[in-house]
Design a protein around this ligand. Structure first.
Ligand code: SF4
Ligand code: SF3
Length: 547
């Protein structure tokens, strides 16, 4: 195996024996082979598109397949073997259609290679994995694009689950994936990277429309972090449609529902707030699940990443359920919903009834729900505070959390920020400071949480609105600094989207991606002012213009 797609890549280079995330080499290899087959499918559907015969089922096959390879989403060997078999069958059907349309199939190996066993699928990764591209700059750019596509795929899938789809986004995903099989120049790849960012903006806008049209606009909400005395289900990940199905099916059963990690923002939506048995949020960011799932006592539902494979001795091993693109060997997987129906969560609900109520690990409330609509309603006081100097600067600290000690930087940074500054956040990065007593500025909280990582879109919309209000030419003239934490590939698409929107001087930490070759990193530094982080004190001076 060789994988360097996330921030925790071993030694800052790549995982080669087993993933730091817990991904075993067999699963990593199957993921590489799956990607290879998906590329073949993308090429063929592109050919069919030229004669108006593109196959619609390819849309889901591609986004679901890409999503399943995102960090911490799916650790299930068998699920990947089954998926590769299914994808080879789809590819062959597409090939027959291409031939029937009188087109030539093409020569790329992903169009012709075939095998039938898990062992053969795993072995193929040696030839088609990341390192098969020998030029390190081309490899770096191609992987940057592919990781952006994985993030894009995840968001497209959530929107799709709410009946929001845009064919242009699916077409781009397929074209870009097919393009990674071609000999493209560095310039062409840089352009494709930026185009990926454009579609990143589009997909986040689509998901925003999907979420808000289904569940209302997030509103300022105090979320309880304590517990009640009923058995309960903990729901994690990002999929709000799963949240809806679960809340509907648990209502009146005596089983409570709590959110975990990236599902916290579900508490901010008016449609979900109506459910009295949605008690609040339990615990923190994904990487603390080993302790928090022990004390939760009830079953846990993963709708997406981030799963940490449980230790052998974990008492909650048989309490984990997965659904959608997520998977974990030994856990029960709840199948997709049939058209027009809900997913069937009866098994997890029955399981919950037999469990003890959660053990309280903290108490109190956290405040969130500052997505764009809510912020626009508060625009008056915010603009006033900027004009009077009560707010000197905003700090976008969106993104991911992770287990590395170096991420304590973000807690310290939040603590040391001057009192006249405000943090704008989204994603699970917030758990590094969202429970600190940072206070408010004339009633405006000093941590403004827009929601999940995809709600970084809200932060961009707010920035563009402020640019308009203050009549500025350039979004970079706003008093906003970007100190973003990344971990997995959704953060990659958020980053590419910000670059596409023209945001400059983003600081990215705790380390720069291992998949950026020195030359590619240099392009990002030269053209976009991307930088890493240093120490809190030094960075603070830099951000505040004190050096
Ligand atoms: Fe390593 Fe990250 Fe890949 Fe997991 S996803 S194998 S931790 S680089
Ligand atoms: Fe977190 Fe996994 Fe990225 Fe959606 S849940 S931000 S890391």
């Amino acid at each position: 195996m060789f994988c360097y797609q996330c921030q925790e890549a071993s030694k800052g280079i790549g995982c080669t024996i087993k993933g730091v995330c817990g991904k075993t080499s067999d699963v990593a290899n199957l993921q590489d082979t799956l990607l290879f087959v998906l590329k073949g499918i993308a090429i063929l559907n592109g050919q069919l598109q030229t004669v108006g015969k593109a196959e619609k089922s390819v849309n889901k096959a591609i986004f679901d397949g890409l999503f399943s390879t995102i960090t911490n989403a799916n650790f299930d060997h068998t699920a990947f073997v089954i998926r590769i078999k299914r994808m080879l069958k789809l590819r062959d059907e597409l090939k027959a259609k291409v031939e029937a349309a009188g087109l030539s199939v093409g020569a790329h190996e992903s169009l012709h290679w075939t095998a039938s066993t898990g062992d053969e699928f795993e072995a193929k990764a040696q030839e088609v994995g990341v390192l098969s591209e020998k030029n390190e700059d081309v490899r770096s750019l191609k992987e940057l694009i592919i990781y952006g596509l994985k993030g894009l795929a995840a968001y497209a899938e959530h929107a799709y689950n709410l009946n929001h789809e845009k064919q242009e986004i699916f077409d781009f995903m397929q074209d870009a994936l097919a393009a990674t099989t071609k000999d493209l120049s560095v310039d062409e790849l840089v352009n494709l990277t930026l185009e990926t960012g454009k579609f990143g903006v589009d997909v986040m806008a689509l998901l925003d429309a999907a979420n808000t049209s289904a569940y209302g606009n997030p509103e300022v909400t105090k979320v309880n972090i304590g517990v009640r005395n009923n058995p309960a289900i903990l729901i994690s990940g990002h999929d709000l449609r799963d949240m809806e199905d679960l809340l509907k099916q648990t209502e009146g059963t005596g089983v409570d529902v709590y959110t975990h990690s990236e599902m916290l923002p579900a508490n901010y939506y008016p449609e979900f707030k109506k459910y009295k048995h949605l008690v609040g949020n339990y615990g923190n960011a994904w990487w603390k699940q080993k302790e928090e799932f022990e004390t939760f006592n009830g079953p846990i539902l993963f709708t997406t990443n981030c799963i940490v494979p449980p230790l052998e001795k974990a008492t909650y091993k048989d309490r984990i359920y997965t659904t959608g693109a997520s998977g974990l060997a030994g856990s029960m997987h709840i199948p997709d919903r049939k058209p027009g129906e809900m997913k069937d969560f009866s098994a997890i609900i029955e399981h919950a009834k037999k469990c003890a109520a959660p053990t309280e690990i903290e108490s109190g409330e956290i405040v969130g729900g500052f997505a764009h609509n809510q912020v626009f309603e508060l625009a008056g006081p915010i603009v006033e505070a900027v004009k009077t100097g009560a707010i000197r600067k905003f700090f976008v600290m969106a993104g991911c959390d992770g287990r590395m000690m170096s991420r304590e930087y973000y807690t310290e940074f939040a603590q040391k920020l001057p009192q006249d500054t405000v943090i704008l956040t989204a994603g699970c990065a917030k758990y590094r400071y969202n429970k600190l007593p940072l206070g408010d500025i004339n009633g405006i909280p000093r941590v403004i949480d827009a929601g999940q990582c995809n709600d970084s879109y809200s932060l961009a919309v707010v920035a563009l609105k402020l640019k308009e209000i203050f009549e500025l030419e350039d979004v970079n003239d706003l008093p906003i600094a970007y100190n973003i934490a990344w971990y997995e590939q959704k953060a990659v698409i958020v980053l590419l989207a910000l670059l596409y929107l023209g945001v400059k001087n983003i600081h990215l930490g705790p380390t720069l991606p291992a998949f950026l070759s020195p030359n590619v990193a240099n392009v990002l530094v030269q053209n976009f002012g991307i930088a890493g982080i240093t120490t809190v004190d030094e960075d603070m001076k830099l951000f505040l213009g004190e050096v």
